[in-house]
Design a protein. Structure first.
Ligand code: 4NP
Length: 182
């Protein structure tokens, strides 16, 4: 799955980042596509595995919401080949950073994660900017909600890329030692 995002950042990376929302059709597919695009532009010295998942399985197997596909496409990013999936046990081993889009996602992740994975679960905007901002669920709103979510994710993804340029942070993240206020 998610072949587009894996292809150029490598199947097995030095750092593995998983974006998680509720349905894996609106926010986390955008985060996967945007962060992949941002990291490709930067051409860092390490390889990344970037993926996304949902805490719920209602949309498993589905393409992203058409409104997410649309807003990404208007910014030159194709997320149409992504397919939704629910987070699974294995993900808590495979990923160095497991980033919930809002507090509710983070709470769910913490409640289902095996012991030992807690240090790798963070609120996306905490890790990215330290702001503690939630990326709000746009599913029941209009297109303007997707515009706002796109901008928020784009800004946070750029900030996260800035932070990852620090090799000390990278090694902290890889060892699972990062706090929620890195
Ligand atoms: P997402 O948005 O978590 O950003 O993918 C949602 C998509 C679907 C539902 C809720 C949120 N749903 O209830 O079906």
């Amino acid at each position: 799955m998610h072949h587009d995002s894996h292809a150029q950042v490598q199947e097995k990376g030095d750092l593995a980042v998983l974006f998680v929302c509720l349905g894996n059709i609106c926010r986390s597919p955008l985060a996967q596509g945007i962060f992949t695009a941002v990291m490709r532009e930067r051409q860092g010295t390490y390889t990344l595995l970037i993926d996304s998942a949902g805490t719920g399985a209602w949309h498993a197997g589905s393409a992203p919401d058409p409104r997410s596909i649309d807003i990404a496409r208007r910014h030159g990013i194709d997320i149409s080949s992504q397919r939704a999936r629910r987070i699974e046990e294995d993900d808590f081993d495979r990923f160095d950073l497991i980033l919930g889009m809002d507090r509710s996602n983070v709470e769910t992740l913490r409640s289902v994660a095996p012991r030992g994975a807690a240090g790798r679960i963070h609120l996306f905007c905490d890790v990215a900017t330290g702001s503690g901002t939630d990326i709000p669920d746009p599913y029941y709103g209009g297109a303007e909600g997707f515009d706002a979510v796109y901008r928020m994710i784009r800004d946070a993804a750029a900030s996260l890329a800035d932070r990852l340029a620090d090799p000390r942070l990278l090694s902290m993240l890889r060892s699972g030692q990062a706090s929620s206020t890195i």
